[in-house]
Design a protein around this ligand. Structure first.
Ligand code: G6P
Length: 617
């Protein structure tokens, strides 16, 4: 979704801004722009389309200044065109702003500005008008004070970044429910919506908390609340380096990230056991736990809340928690949760799953549950993200930075995280002995090697993608742990190849979806060995009898039977535990989508209309 970078104190700020925006491209956007402040005027250049278009415009009309801000926009209010691209400047040309999020009361605020002329259809522009008006009303112009007064009028979610003509070495930023990072290194002040834009300059960063406002100059930054009182942001050191955010020889980030899964899973499993003080059998632990284990023993229900791919990982989490910890679990789309009347109380545990930790729907759902005093554990990838900070307990996935919009390594590490949470709850509640937990953990330790074997199927998968890259409709079917993977397979194909794909519980086919099957329809069936395998074989026969072409994802134990019924079988190694099976079986589906999309010439890493981090509801 939208990206922000601001730089002050660097000779050629624009070059740095464009580099930063390039690192934010992965978030998904449809237009981009920059503004510079040289103390004489605020100059903006903004263009619909990819950064390349903006770069060309800047080549024709270079902007030189030591202070500037840049933005990549993912349209919410107003179509993606030059006019609606950020930055927006007030009519007097004194204040410019870029904005992520949505200002919900913008129409009311616009009305309050009388007959002011607006140059765009956005909700964001009003912030520039308001800041200019507040600045003009001050005896001593001071952008920080003006911005404090602006944000006290705003409703909605935002991160805002301002420059003002009279303060050429200053950037002022404000945060409410959309991420914003500030940093200072070697005489340059920075702000960004995401550490990826800053990592080449520094790893020491500070994430603003909701309600915080910062003034950034080449000397450093100060952070205050809306009343102007000094406050502390969340300071931390980024634990990954620039290399992790580069393609390293792969054609696409998605392919690189698919291949990083064995390492990512190994890292997520690493050091999970702690010897108790005084000796004894090591116990599984969470990374950050701000709640009493006694509370977890009193839990009688779990809600898993997430969006997109993370939701599918949560569906595997339900199976693990119910199986090992014996607690009933509901998995729910986060954006639906707070708009019904979920029965939540202090005995309800909420597990919020998110790669970014910044998905607004998931954050809002988790805080709705916390308002009802439910403990929240978050399973997140980005250290220090909002969800991680707000939760009572955190389990980090150690996937490293995920750049491609279509999530892959975050997903497999989330499943591993869910298995760990299932084991953790079983341990805390005395449902499993510590030795049983460590035995299963040891078995999970074999998953990375099994993943390496799965990746060797790439050639076979590519041939299948070649054959089916034009298939207009693909059905994915599965049961038990295969169902979330069927859903994830369909999502991946939709996201990056734009082909129609749907997933169904295999047993549900006969209640409707089977009517869609016609000769040649492609059905992908998740059918590894396991307790639902024979039922899957029946479901495969049903679609086969109606003329479908079946691609079965099997395992060594199921391949012989599958070969009798399916047109193609991809054979996976047997997982070390049935609940770890999804970590393996999703990989051929990730590769299939990848090869179909590249064969069709689509932009795999930045698919149309999608964003990596969705910070609007
Ligand atoms: C977007 C991304 C998906 C992701 C979802 C949830 O839709 O395109 O890949 O699964 O958001 O993101 P999160 O960061 O909360 O896991």
């Amino acid at each position: 979704m939208c990206g922000i970078i601001g730089i002050t104190g660097r000779e050629d700020a624009v070059e740095g801004i464009i580099r930063g925006l390039t690192r934010l491209e992965y978030r998904g956007y449809d237009s981009a722009g920059v503004v510079t402040n040289n103390g004489r005027d605020l100059r903006t250049i903004k263009r619909a389309g990819k950064l390349e278009v903006l770069r060309r415009a800047l080549d024709e009309q270079p902007l030189a200044a030591s202070t500037g801000i840049g933005h990549t926009r993912w349209a919410t209010h107003g179509e993606p065109n030059d006019r609606n691209a950020h930055p927006h400047v007030d009519p007097s040309g004194r204040v410019a702003v870029v904005h992520n999020g949505i200002i919900e009361n913008y129409q009311l605020l616009k009305a309050g500005l009388g007959d002011a002329r607006f140059a765009s259809d956005t909700d964001s522009e009003v912030a520039a008008h308001l800041a200019a008006r507040e600045l003009a009303a001050l005896d001593e112009p001071d952008l920080l004070t003006a911005v404090r007064r602006v944000v006290s009028q705003l409703e909605g979610a935002y991160s805002l970044c301002f420059v003002a003509l009279d303060e050429p070495d200053t950037i002022v930023v404000a945060k409410h429910e959309a991420p914003l990072i500030v940093a200072h290194a070697d005489g340059v002040g920075y702000c960004a919506s995401d550490v990826a834009a800053l990592i080449e300059h520094t790893r020491q960063v500070a994430a603003l908390l909701d309600g915080q406002i910062a003034r950034i100059t080449p000397e450093g930054f100060e952070v205050v609340d809306v009343d102007g009182a000094p406050v502390e942001p969340h300071r931390y050191t980024v634990d990954w380096d620039l290399d992790a955010a580069e393609k390293q020889g792969y054609d696409h980030f998605m392919l690189k990230e698919i291949h990083e899964q064995p390492q990512a899973v190994a890292d997520t499993l690493l050091d999970r056991l702690n010897a108790p003080p005084g000796g004894g059998v090591p116990r599984l632990h969470l990374d950050e736990l701000r709640l009493d284990e006694g509370e977890l023993r009193r839990i009688d229900k779990v809600f898993i809340l997430a969006c997109g791919t993370s939701l599918h990982a949560g569906m595997v989490g339900k199976l693990a928690i119910e199986h090992w910890a014996g607690i009933p679990v509901d998995v729910e789309v986060a954006s639906e949760f707070r708009y019904r009347d979920p029965i939540v109380d202090p005995h309800t545990l909420v597990i919020a799953i998110s790669q970014s930790g910044e998905t607004i729907d998931t954050i809002a759902a988790a805080s709705h549950a916390r308002d009802q005093r439910a403990p929240v554990i978050s399973l997140v990838n980005v250290v220090g993200s909002t969800l991680a900070r707000q939760a009572d307990g955190v389990l980090y996935t150690h996937a490293g930075p995920e750049v491609a919009v279509a999530s892959t390594k975050a997903f497999t590490t989330q499943i591993v995280g869910c298995l760990l949470l299932g084991l953790y709850l079983a341990q805390v509640r005395g449902r499993m002995y510590a030795t049983e937990v460590s035995d299963i953990l040891a078995r999970l330790g074999q998953v990375p090697a099994a993943l390496e074997q799965v990746l060797d199927l790439d050639g076979e998968v590519r041939e299948l993608a070649e054959r089916y890259h034009d298939s207009p409709y693909t059905m994915f079917i599965g049961r038990h742990a295969g169902l979330p993977i069927a859903m994830e397979g369909a999502l991946k194909l939709k996201e990056i190849s734009y082909l129609h794909a749907e997933a169904f519980p295999a047993g549900e086919m006969k209640h409707g979806p089977i009517a869609l099957i016609e000769p040649g329809s492609l059905v992908v069936a998740l059918a590894p060995a396991g307790h639902v395998f024979t039922k899957m074989v029946s479901n495969i026969q049903e679609v086969k009898a109606r003329g479908a072409a079946v691609l079965a994802i099997g395992s060594q134990g199921s391949v012989v039977a599958l070969k009798e019924h399916a047109d193609h079988v991809l054979t996976l190694p047997e997982p070390p535990h049935e609940l770890a099976g999804p970590v393996l079986s999703v990989v051929p589906l990730q590769l299939f989508s990848y090869h179909v999309a590249t064969r069709r010439g689509e932009d795999v890493d930045q698919p149309r209309n999608l964003a990596k981090t969705v910070t609007v509801e």
